[in-house]
Design a protein around this ligand. Structure first.
Ligand SMILES: [Zn+2]
Ligand SMILES: [Zn+2]
Length: 252
């Protein structure tokens, strides 16, 4: 398996997971033109993508679903309630049930309920050839299914949305918004992420990628530093996107 993180954070989210010649996209929350450009940079043929899995209906995860469907006809995998909650144009729905397991592109996909202010938020875990990658973002707490998935993941892509102090000090965020972000239905902060990594760390967790970093309330250095301190994983072994337009290929 090969994972391409094309975008991750408040600006938009999109990851492509390639298994042999086929691939799935997880979320498409970036404008279509930029996504196509990023795919080209990463050497991804848009024709190899067979499905787009949607985690939840927030704009930073679905903004280009309609246009991508017009261009490439990608079918959407998500729950019917989530599908109805965003502009999907005439994309075709492959309905899934939260918590269920299904097959796509030769991979076994587990949908993992998350805790977020969306209708039926879900994270996904992918297994092929004995290797597992989990992508867990947009969740205020790490639910039991997410914790279980992290324990058996060879690559964990885990949210580290904000630094507590930076969020507290941010004058542009009203108190209600800060509370929403910090709530059980919000996002994981760097220390949450560090705590869960420490708790779920097993010899199997070989790779860690921090995701969905806020551009206004976090920095890549702070996120890496905090998670490294709390989990004991050396800092240089923890990766994340560094700037807008940065992408990453993770082979494992
Ligand atoms: Zn998000
Ligand atoms: Zn969200």
């Amino acid at each position: 398996m090969e994972v391409h993180v094309l975008a991750s954070g408040s600006d938009g989210n999109c990851t492509v997971i390639k298994n042999d010649d086929e691939a799935v996209m997880v979320d498409a929350g970036y404008n279509c033109k930029t996504l196509c450009h990023l795919m080209e940079l990463e050497g991804i043929d848009p024709g190899c993508i067979k499905a787009v899995l949607v985690t939840h209906e927030h704009t930073d995860h679905v903004s280009s679903i309609r246009v991508l469907n017009n261009k490439f006809g990608y079918p959407v995998y998500t729950t019917p309630a989530t599908f109805d909650a965003f502009d999907h144009g005439n994309a075709k729905l492959n309905p899934i049930v939260r918590g269920s397991t299904f097959e796509v592109c030769g991979m076994t996909v587990r949908s993992l309920p998350t805790s977020h202010d969306a209708v039926e938020p879900t994270a996904y875990s992918f297994t092929a050839d004995g290797k597992t990658v989990s992508i867990i973002t947009d969740t205020g707490i790490l639910t039991k299914p997410c914790q279980d998935a992290l324990r058996v993941s060879d690559l964990a892509i885990l949210e580290a949305n904000y630094d507590n102090q930076m969020l507290s000090d941010n004058p542009l965020y009203p108190p209600a918004l800060k509370s929403r972000i910090r709530s059980d239905m919000g996002h994981l902060c760097n220390t949450d992420s560090g705590k869960f990594v420490a708790e779920t760390l097993t010899p199997r967790n070989r790779k860690l990628f921090l995701a969905h970093l806020s551009r206004k309330n976090n920095t890549p250095d702070l996120a890496r530093e905090t998670v490294s301190r709390m989990s004991g994983i050396p800092r240089f072994k923890i990766d994340c996107l560094e700037y807008k337009g940065d992408t990453r290929t993770v082979k494992f």
